[in-house]
Design a protein around this ligand. Sequence first.
Ligand code: ITT
Ligand code: NA
Length: 198
Amino acid sequence: QEVIIATKNAGKAKEFKRMFLPLGYEVKTLLDYPEFEDIEETGSTFEENAILKAEAVSKALNKIVIADDSGLMIDALDGRPGIYSARYAGEAKNDDANMDKVLEELKDVPQAERTSRFYCALAVAVPGKETETVAGTCEGSILTEKRGSFGFGYDPIFFCTEKGKAMAELEPDEKSEISHRANALRKLEDMLPVLFPG
Ligand code: ITT
Ligand code: NA
């Protein structure tokens, strides 16, 4: 059984493939449909942007589609980069530049005030039905330098409280136990057999 995720982010795509495999689903993403243009994310919340992406692709394919809008929220920066996480340092999506900008902004912020969380909103668009959303978080703090080489995005500068390691030091299976994305997906799990019957 096939599940379509409306993402062009290769890091997200890998994680969804890994998380859906034990559930018995094969994941297709927009990397398998290169004809899709970038969908404009004009919403003001993760949920609104996830809905925009899921509905655009669901309408085009006339199929059930899941989308992920996610990002890093830093308390000392009033929740930034938040929905602007992908392009925090400029128009081009550049993970290294984004992390450098965060480290610079936090350079005088003491450890106790570097609390942060990852947030993931998932939207499920079903043709002819109201789109639903769920969300998950992952608590942590911002390190003072990059650590580890797994994962993607801000993982090297995010210390995951639950695992006691940088997110980028976690093997893919470990990250998929505790991540904001995994926590959001768990809330969808019960709906999957109905959405995608074998
Ligand atoms: P799609 O819209 O095609 O899915 P995107 O990368 O533009 O790809 P978002 O707008 O949701 O997706 O931006 C998410 C950004 O948040 C992503 O580029 C990372 O910088 C960051 N991010 C999200 N989840 C992350 C994770 O698990 N680990 C590290 N960084 C993450
Ligand atoms: Na976004």
